[in-house]
Design a protein around this ligand. Structure first.
Ligand code: AMP
Length: 111
């Protein structure tokens, strides 16, 4: 499977579709899920093009992976979640529940 540049998150990254942004830096964009499954439900996506988490872990270089996770760590503080409970998950593949084929983390909290 090749990365589809017309997927909805690619369009959000290019500014062609709006999003409710919560955080952005050089490496990631984070925005509210349009169909929240918890009191707080945000998505975190890398700015570079990876289809899913397995593609990211296999093909992103270690420096980019490190920067990505550092940004995730910043988002935990940005959303004041460090001392609270939350869920973080990634769907991989259609049979893993993935609908949008640009790697994203779901970050959910009811706190
Ligand atoms: P997944 O099933 O892991 O691929 O999750 C895709 C997520 O993207 C779902 O939770 C959708 O509600 C969410 N989503 C789809 N389109 C948008 C959008 N335009 N803005 C924000 N979230 C979206």
């Amino acid at each position: 499977m090749n990365y589809d540049k017309e997927n909805i998150f690619a369009k959000i990254l290019r500014g062609e579709i709006p999003c409710e942004k919560v955080y952005e830096d050089e490496y990631v964009l984070s925005f509210r899920d349009i169909n929240p499954q918890a009191k707080m439900h945000v998505l975190i996506i890398p700015k570079d093009q990876y289809i899913d988490i397995a593609d990211f872990l296999q093909n992103a270089d270690s420096q980019y992976q490190s920067c990505f996770w550092q940004s995730v760590n910043k988002i935990i503080d940005h959303l004041n979640l460090r001392s609270k409970g939350f869920q973080m998950k990634a769907h991989k593949g259609k049979d893993g529940g993935q609908e949008v084929f640009h790697f994203h983390l779901h970050l959910l909290s009811n706190n």
